[in-house]
Design a protein around this ligand. Structure first.
Ligand code: KIV
Ligand code: ZN
Length: 400
């Protein structure tokens, strides 16, 4: 059944909403906090990237958080601007409502823990109290906006019957998006898919709301869990640029979006992300936070489209599809990089010489290649200048 949503109108069955939480959950990773100006730059870049919802912060958390959500709400025109609040926390909801007020499209995101462990030790609340706070929080949020999201913190470790009651209460009291986070990254993909399927089958009113998935990466399963949740009926994906977030981080936006683009055959969903902007926004975030992504990071790591071994380089030179499942240009890189190292072969070496402007006969190429192999055994990276020096020496030796 097609859903009508207060911010998105009629949502096509094959649409997934991309909810970015880099500025809220992402910023919660130790050492990653951003100042106001940096957050505005990120918010503008996220809007240009095409995300549907920008979770801008947790307004009650600090005056600085309030101000940055407010400024983002004044700046962003297209995307929905979202502020986080604890369910039932009157001050939280008022702060969130005020902070997002100037955004043309705005959302309040309420959350409360629902797992036995969190209710007993963290909240020290009875389940019935949690249900009351869910109802109160959503009702209060509706005074500020029709677009209300409710999240079951630690939802994936919540007892199923109680989770159904929480979700039903949230919907009855005005939530239009229901998020079931895997808060501690514990759940496996099949389990998460089953949770979404169960909720959609069992909860009255489930057909009127958008289900959302929010996955942490403690076991490295964030992206796999996100795709499994979509298979179970989730139609909003919560993620962060470069996968930053609490502890091991959140599911990475760039990985999810490219998994959907690359495997349309298995994951037939649409989103609005302009994928050639992915590398740029990844670098912007790395510059702002001072944390580079690891070289082997999918999509945006510096080795994501780099090939060193001779067999792979030879394949790439014949047909890039042999070792690349998407084009580098499609995610913002200018080209594939054939890195010369001890595993490289003649084909890549010859290609590099051509790119550096050398036109040498075969025997000279062979001599230079042999010298290159000796050098590559001694050096981690062979730079263009090393190759130039090697060929120029070779030419001089022969001219003597
Ligand atoms: O991981 C989590 O449960 C959260 C909620 C606040 C949505 O970030
Ligand atoms: Zn989270």
């Amino acid at each position: 059944m097609t859903i009508t949503h207060p911010s998105f109108g009629t949502v096509a069955d094959d649409r997934v909403i991309i909810f970015d939480t880099t500025l809220r959950d992402g910023e919660q990773s130790p050492g990653f906090s951003m100042n106001l100006e940096e957050k505005i730059r990120m918010a503008k870049a996220l809007e240009e990237l095409g995300v549907d919802v920008i979770e801008a912060g947790f307004p009650v958390a600090s005056p600085g958080d309030f101000e940055s959500v407010q400024k983002i709400a004044e700046t962003v025109r297209e995307a929905v601007v979202c502020g986080l609040a604890r369910s039932g926390g009157k001050r939280d909801i008022e702060a969130a409502g005020e902070a997002i007020a100037r955004a043309p499209r705005r959302r309040i995101h309420n959350f409360i823990s629902t797992s036995p462990l969190h209710m007993k030790y963290k909240l020290r609340m009875e389940p019935e109290t949690v249900l009351d706070l869910i109802a109160e929080g959503n009702k209060a949020s509706r005074h500020f906006t029709d677009d209300v999201q409710w999240s079951a913190e630690d939802g994936s470790r919540t007892e199923p019957d109680f989770l159904c009651r929480c979700v039903e209460t949230a919907i009855r009291h005005g939530a239009t998006t229901i998020n079931i986070p895997d808060t501690v990254g514990f759940t496996t993909p099949d389990e998460l898919q089953a949770i979404f399927t169960m909720l959609r089958e069992r909860v009255p009113g489930a057909e009127k709301v958008i289900f959302s998935t929010h996955n942490h990466n403690d076991l490295g399963l964030g992206v796999a869990n996100t795709l499994a949740a979509v298979a179970g009926g989730a139609r909003q994906i919560e993620c962060t640029i470069n996968g930053i977030g609490e502890r091991a981080g959140n599911a990475a936006l760039e990985e999810i979006v490219m998994a959907i683009r690359t495997r349309r055959d298995k994951i037939p969903f649409q989103n609005r992300i302009e994928t050639p902007r992915l590398l740029g926004i990844s670098r912007l975030l790395a510059n702002i936070t001072g944390f580079d992504v690891q070289p082997n990071k999918a999509i945006v790591g510096r080795n994501a489209f780099a090939h060193e071994s001779g067999i792979h380089q030879d394949g790439i030179l014949k047909n890039a599809a042999t070792y690349e499942i998407m084009t580098p240009e499609s995610v913002g890189w200018s080209k594939t990089s054939l890195v010369l190292g001890k595993h490289s072969g003649r084909a890549a070496f010859r290609d590099k010489l051509k790119a550096l402007g050398y036109d040498l006969p075969d025997d000279k190429i062979q001599d230079a290649f042999e010298r290159f192999k000796v050098l590559a055994d001694q050096k981690k990276t062979v730079f263009d200048d090393d190759i130039r020096a090697l060929v120029d020496d070779e030419t001089r030796d022969h001219d003597r």
